[in-house]
Design a protein around this ligand. Structure first.
Ligand SMILES: *[C@@H]1O[C@H](CO)[C@@H](O)[C@H](O)[C@H]1NC(C)=O
Ligand SMILES: *[C@@H]1O[C@H](CO)[C@@H](O)[C@H](O)[C@H]1NC(C)=O
Ligand SMILES: *[C@@H]1O[C@H](CO)[C@@H](O)[C@H](O)[C@H]1NC(C)=O
Ligand SMILES: *[C@@H]1O[C@H](CO)[C@@H](O)[C@H](O)[C@H]1NC(C)=O
Ligand SMILES: *[C@@H]1O[C@H](CO)[C@@H](O)[C@H](O)[C@H]1NC(C)=O
Ligand SMILES: *[C@@H]1O[C@H](CO)[C@@H](O)[C@H](O)[C@H]1NC(C)=O
Length: 646
């Protein structure tokens, strides 16, 4: 290994010479090329080196995003979001018009303005990801948590800092210019001159996004444990791991462990590069910013799968994209569960039996991955619990980003039994003019659910009968009035997930539902939110949320849209329906990016006039994290077993 200190002092003498000789001199992207970690200011210089381009603004904003918003089910709710979600109130069309007329110097400035506006809708299904400018994650070697210590809650630098940060490697730690190890477990007195919880609120309001509820976003500011894919991981949190390179450092007032002295420490951010390789400005643009073959949709009628006759029904998804997940760092191994897993443990869930053999735990990191494997893992975990005489079940949904809509309904039905009948919610799509044309055109073309999410055979009537593919559920449409605006909406329908269940379903609950409990940090997105809402609304399951800000509510469901469509998906719907030339159709993107949107609404079982997203449902139990539980899932489950089952 090179010793950077020696090298840099030797190089310093020659640096001006070398620089002048290089062909790429003055190219701010060449300076950072090939490096995994760079100074945020250097990264920013590269990102800001592309001048503002009106053609690209009109392509992205007017011809793409403004038209995709026509499909966004919650548009009119934003005019005045009901309490407790009023923070997410904004006039979407007025904001787009403002961004359309703002004078920008660089392409970065335009895209970041648009990114921030859409992120602050706080709907993880409705996000603008311009790949050119989401390629860096800023990492602060001082993630924070809210802990209860000696009966008092406060903000701390993560106590496992010395075990956690080195997992990023010496390329990262070599760049940290301060003595960071001594900050482990320090009590934070202020951040950027503000009370730490007030600063956490500010980050929750401006940076976090994804979750309609402010309290849930507060928890995503903090560091937390999670399963990333099938691996234990520790999330940096949105203070210490935001997307982008907006800041160079953060100033804390803090008291280190075993000290009583308040001191001021400025901690540098270091930018982690997650994008495609490049060598200079031109190749950065070519490899990260220009639309690729996968950016825009395709006409599925001409797809290779069709020729080979392997088209399968498309599976609806409800999930978030967590960019901060890309550099997923492991949980220090000493904090992983020590109990052996039972059932399958290769997928997105890991199951355990707690000491005493009374309680089984299923830690479900997402509803993604292998659609059938999730079902067989559920069945084998529950069989193993029954064999061991387990009578109680804890389901950990911490940082579950959602996934396949039908796996949420599968898990609900598996736990509640087929006796409950339909395991999901009533649903609708927006009935805007282009959506109505798509359904009509799909019918005329004789398409079905292997081509399109719009054809009626994806759904069932409310009596449970699957709709025929040529049924037009957009005509007549149903006007729904939201904040005084009438919005054409489809007829109501059910999902048809039962057609996709591949393991035998129990008739009756495998465990008394009073002995089933859910624990999480509220960061439970989409399919996860729908699953936990079903368990709350229909099975009265005990739900406990950990963490959050003292004396401030946290919902147990983070973001509860229904089905998300990526830009690729909605564009493919339009192209497959032969409607790309329609004046209402959004244009292909010229840049590499994704404007995803919430495409369907799930209506609450409690009140079928309210989308579950806007129904406040608080957990019956709230617990602060402690030194023992914040990064130690097994300790948390043992704590929950004692508190939730009497
Ligand atoms: C703006 O972007 C368009 C589309 O990529 C490109 O054709 C045009 O040359 C750009 N304009 C300038 C001034 O660079
Ligand atoms: C932006 O301005 C252009 C030019 O005036 C106009 O054609 C377009 O419709 C506007 N787009 C939005 C979203 O306001
Ligand atoms: C996080 O990353 C893992 C591993 O790459 C992936 O399986 C998972 O879907 C990602 N989750 C989110 C929410 O982006
Ligand atoms: C703090 O003091 C305790 C008790 O003397 C000691 O065990 C511990 O190592 C100290 N921690 C630090 C970070 O100095
Ligand atoms: C729990 O089950 C295991 C495996 O069958 C057994 O070895 C252990 O003694 C049991 N513990 C208790 C407390 O019953
Ligand atoms: C369910 O409702 C649809 C539409 O009203 C109707 O065509 C169908 O026959 C009904 N199915 C049953 C089993 O009642």
């Amino acid at each position: 290994m090179f010793r950077p200190i020696v090298l840099s002092s030797a190089l310093a003498v020659f640096a001006p010479l070398c620089f002048a000789a290089k062909p790429s001199a003055g190219d701010p992207c060449a300076v950072i090329a090939g490096k995994a970690f760079v100074q945020p200011s250097d990264a920013l210089a590269c990102l800001k080196s592309f001048p503002f381009n009106e053609t690209l603004r009109q392509n992205v904003l007017s011809h793409n995003i403004a038209r995709v918003f026509d499909f966004f089910t919650f548009e009119d709710y934003y005019l005045q979001s009901p309490p407790p979600f009023q923070e997410s109130t904004v006039n979407i069309r007025a904001s787009l018009a403002k961004i359309n007329t703002t004078k920008y110097t660089t392409d970065y400035d335009f895209n970041v303005d648009l990114y921030d506006f859409i992120t602050r809708l706080n709907d993880g299904h409705t996000r603008w990801f311009p790949d050119c400018y989401t390629s860096f994650q800023n990492l602060l070697p001082a993630p924070i948590v809210s802990l209860e210590v000696n009966g008092v809650q406060g903000v701390y630098i993560v106590p496992d800092l010395v075990d956690f940060i080195p997992l990023l490697g010496t390329d990262f730690t070599d760049l940290i210019t301060i003595d960071w190890q001594r900050l482990a477990g320090a009590k934070v007195v202020s951040i950027e001159g503000q009370d730490p919880y007030a600063y956490v609120d500010f980050i929750a309001k401006t940076v976090s996004g994804n979750y309609l509820d402010h309290g849930v976003r507060v928890n995503s500011v903090f560091s937390s444990y999670r399963l990333s894919g099938s691996d234990y991981s520790q999330r940096f949190g949105d203070l210490a791991g935001p997307t982008g390179v907006a800041q160079n450092s953060l100033t804390f007032k803090l008291v280190t462990v075993n000290s009583t002295k308040v001191e001021t420490v400025t901690v540098p951010y270091i930018a982690s590069y997650l994008g495609a390789a490049f060598t200079d400005k031109a190749s950065y643009w070519a490899n990260n910013c220009v639309a690729t073959d996968g950016t825009n949709g395709i006409d599925f009628k001409g797809s290779a799968a069709l020729q080979s006759n392997t088209l399968k029904r498309k599976q609806p998804k409800g999930n978030i994209i967590d960019k901060s997940n890309s550099s997923a760092v492991g949980l220090p191994p000493q904090f992983e569960p020590t109990l052996p897993t039972v059932g399958g443990d290769e997928g997105v869930m890991k199951s355990y039996i707690l000491p005493g053999n009374q309680t089984g735990v299923m830690f479900i990191g997402s509803f993604e991955g292998d659609f059938e494997g999730f079902q067989t893992d559920t069945a084998s975990a529950i069989a193993a619990f029954k064999d061991a005489g387990v009578t109680r079940l804890i389901i950990d949904l911490t940082n579950n980003g959602g996934g396949f809509v039908c796996l949420g309904q599968f898990l609900h039905q598996y736990l509640a039994g087929t006796r409950i009948g339909y395991p999901g919610f009533q649903s609708t799509a927006r009935g805007n003019a282009l959506a109505r044309k798509i359904v009509a055109s799909d019918i005329e073309l004789g398409l079905d659910d292997t081509f399109s999410f719009y054809t009626a055979d994806n759904w069932a009537f409310l009596n449970g009968t699957q709709m025929p593919a040529d049924y037009n559920y957009m005509t007549p449409d149903v006007p729904v009035v939201i904040n005084g605006k009438a919005d054409a909406t489809s007829q109501r329908f059910h999902d048809t997930c039962e057609l996709e269940f591949e393991v035998p379903m129990p008739d009756t609950p495998p465990f008394d539902l009073q002995n089933v409990a859910i624990v999480s940090n509220g960061n439970c997105a989409s399919t996860c939110a729908m699953f936990s809402t079903l368990m709350n609304e229909r099975e009265k399951t005990k739900i406990a949320v950990f963490g959050g800000k003292p004396f401030e509510n946290v919902e147990f469901k983070g973001m509860a849209g229904n089905q998300v469509l990526e830009w690729f998906d909605i564009d493919s719907e339009i192209k497959t329906a032969n409607l790309k030339d329609d004046p209402l159709a959004p244009a292909d993107l010229l840049v590499s990016g994704d404007f995803r949107h919430n495409w369907r609404t799930a209506w609450s079982f409690f009140n079928e006039n309210e989308p579950i997203a806007y129904v406040s449902e608080l957990p019956k139990f709230r617990f602060p994290y402690t030194l023992e539980t914040y990064n130690n899932p097994q300790n948390l489950w043992v704590f929950a077993e004692e508190k939730l089952f009497v």
